[in-house]
Write a protein that binds this ligand. Structure first.
Ligand code: C5P
Length: 302
């Protein structure tokens, strides 16, 4: 997360993430799946602005950041949906600390929803961080992490200071991964999305023989072909069964000489790893021409 404090409030830039590795180890007694995943946060951001409001008052206004502000116009958030994790995070913080403070939250949304990019989770992490600061609650990193894991499995990752991590358990046990090298990705998101729970329901435990640590070592050493060969996502197979757009993207990505490519998280976004920014721009242009979805060029934050 990138943050800025002003006299009028707090601004937080909440990044998207890509899963370069997602191994399912098995199903747990609580219904979740035991995971080993390597995530990197990338430079596609939602913006959240937190400002003071009368005691007890919480409001969330959202606008589509992909169209100019003058045309988008603010709209109230619906009562449910992924973005409402922002309000749930704010309420959890109030209940836990007993604070009576109020807040107005403005969310500029650029990360696609139901896309495997964890936009809603990143917004929730930004809310915990931003309101802790706006309201001067003084919660430390481990307390924020604990609240984050109660809200969702992907949320603690966004509170860790590193821009990459190996995550275990449900995803909430975060081992930060210092990554000095910069990697460029092309990400495509089709018009359709997928519900995370449904994709997990169809998954099977991974049978691959390597771990996230092997990929971490290749990435840290800048060994791009080796890293790409260690990509894995156990959720891709069930996602393809549920949504033909994922398979269409897979075929389109396979026609470009990416170092490696796969789906992110529970989909439907698909990404390819490139050797340079220039190469990413070139492949992105070719993918845009297929009209299979919105196409972005992003990199990790070394
Ligand atoms: O934790 P979160 O609310 O983001 O998870 C959404 C859904 O994804 C869960 O309800 C569960 O069905 C599935 N899930 C899972 N195993 C995980 C993470 C999520 O089965 N490790």
């Amino acid at each position: 997360m990138l943050c800025r404090g002003q006299t009028t409030g707090v601004t937080v830039f909440a990044p998207a993430k890509l899963n370069l590795f997602l191994k399912v180890l098995g199903k747990r007694a609580d219904g979740y799946h035991e995971l080993e995943t390597l995530m990197v946060s990338v430079g596609l951001y939602d913006t959240l602005v937190f400002s003071d409001a009368p005691a007890g008052h919480l409001s969330l206004v959202c606008r589509d950041g992909r169209v100019p502000a003058a045309r988008a116009g603010p709209r109230e958030m619906p009562g449910d949906g992924e973005d409402n994790l922002v309000l749930r995070a704010a309420r959890l913080l109030r209940e836990t600390t007993g604070t009576a403070h109020g807040a107005r939250i403005e969310l500029v949304k650029r990360i696609p929803l139901s896309a495997g990019l964890a936009g809603g989770s990143s917004d929730a992490a930004a809310t915990l961080w931003g309101l802790n600061r706006l309201w001067n609650l003084g919660l430390d990193a481990s307390e924020l992490m604990r609240l984050a894991s109660r809200l969702g499995s992907d949320i603690p990752f966004f509170l860790c200071s590193a821009s990459a991590a190996i995550c275990r358990g449900r995803g909430e046990i975060v081992e930060p991964l210092p990554l000095a090298a910069r990697y460029w990705f092309v990400v495509a998101r089709p018009a359709t999305g997928l519900a995370t729970a449904e994709v997990y329901r169809g998954c099977r435990p991974s049978t691959i023989g390597w771990t996230a640590a092997a990929l971490a070592s290749a990435l840290a050493g800048g060994r791009l072909p080796e890293a790409a060969g260690l990509f894995h996502n156990a959720l891709q197979e069930p996602a393809e069964r549920l949504n033909a757009d994922v398979t269409r993207l897979k075929r389109a990505f396979a026609r470009q000489p990416f170092a490696g490519h796969q789906m992110s998280g529970s989909g439907t976004s698909y990404f390819g790893l490139c050797r340079s920014r220039r190469q990413a721009a070139q492949y992105a242009a070719r993918l845009r021409a297929t009209r299979l979805g919105d196409v972005f060029v992003v990199s990790n934050r070394p």
